[in-house]
Design a binder for this molecule. Sequence first.
Ligand code: PXP
Length: 254
Amino acid sequence: MRFYVNIDHVATVRQARRTDEPDPVRAAVLAELGGCDGITVHLREDRRHISDRDVRLLMETARTGINLELATAPDILGLACELAPMQATLVPERREEVTTEGGLALGSAEVRTAMRDALGRLADAGVRTSLFIDPDEDAIEASAELGADAVELHTGEYALADMEGRPAQLDRLVSAARAGRAAGLAVHAGHGLTYENVVPVAAVGEIEELNIGHSIVSRAVLVGLERAVREMKEIIRRAPGMMSAEGWLPPIGF
Ligand code: PXP
């Protein structure tokens, strides 16, 4: 099982102040040191978190592979073909949504045409392709027909289901994963996976890659906050001794 860390929400915190911290490029290094197999970023049309600069730098600095999530906006598709990350996952995108709300609507001829074109261009650029779909057989069939290398099964409904509804949503994922493998597709999964709900999905043998973001960034804020406060407290405590006639130096080691 490959484990990809989605670092979009590190950039969300940065964009809350439109400053330069926290830098998702630095976060990617730490995620890799933590043992992830790849870094996932979603370059959205409205650039609400990840920026073109982030993707360009990640392409140069990541030691693992980059999975670039994108819709079919011409400039973003063009950038994906230019940079040729290891993998591109095509997703639906609506400006007003808080996060990707559902899989691609492959029942629509218009969406299928856009996907066929995007998949062809990405494949010509040497990029492995994946389609983000709801865990349904129709979507699997359409993805295989379109010639994607992989599908990413949307785990959002599984994640949102209550304890009573969860087994049915898990069955749905398992059936879709089996159908995907039978159709010759690699099967990935992601969205809404947390420390509490990941186990049954990670145990599905047909799923070979998980993409997890929000829950990891959320946990990082909490497990890192105590240390961050201690470090600021220490700087404030030492501040009088750090001043001199020439001014002051930023503390080393923080
Ligand atoms: N997979 C896809 C296609 C996504 O769009 C997202 C969210 O950007 C994820 C996985 C990760 O979801 P989460 O942040 O809820 O773990």
